[in-house]
Write a protein that binds this ligand. Sequence first.
Ligand SMILES: [Zn+2]
Length: 212
Amino acid sequence: MNPANPLQTPSLARDRSEREGQVSRPTRAQAEEAVRTLIRWAGDEPTREGLVGTPDRVVRSYEEFYVGYEQDPEAILRTTFEETEGYDEMVLLKDIPFESHCEHHMVPIIGIAHVAYLPQNRVVGISKLARVVEAYAKRLQIQEKMTVQIANAINDILKPKGVAVVIEATHECMTGRGVHKPGVSMTTSTMLGAFRDDSSTRREFLAFIGKV
Ligand SMILES: [Zn+2]
């Protein structure tokens, strides 16, 4: 946390200290051993031929599923462009696909995110918006928190006139276990600034993403 840095706002600072505070990473061998324990817990024998390479594959999959802990949304959004010819209309990236994992069951959350902001002097490369979605998705998540984190990161770094994030996702912990409701999807949204205060801006965004 750097109080001299005006771009460093409380929400991102908190996000970073959470990351730094959590790490006492086991070794790769310990992680693989944990997978063998879970295989035995499931009722199978980790030394049989079909399972012998599984711990290694699971651990490598985890490196992909949770790579977001290595990514810094603040750094991703830091490069902005100011030569916008005064462009001050909505910038919207819609249908950004993502895969995340529910922090309660560690099973997939699969969905799409729609991210919009109203620029104020600065814009960011659109691929950066997708990368911010990815940085938060590739962690243990709940959809509500992920929605707020994406909106706050864009709001804190770009300081736009407004930010809107809508996420629609299915949760395997609801479809593949528990209440078993396949096809059910959840929608969450965070509206900041003009998207919260100005109903015509909000309506324009919702129309763009096909929600009105
Ligand atoms: Zn869950």
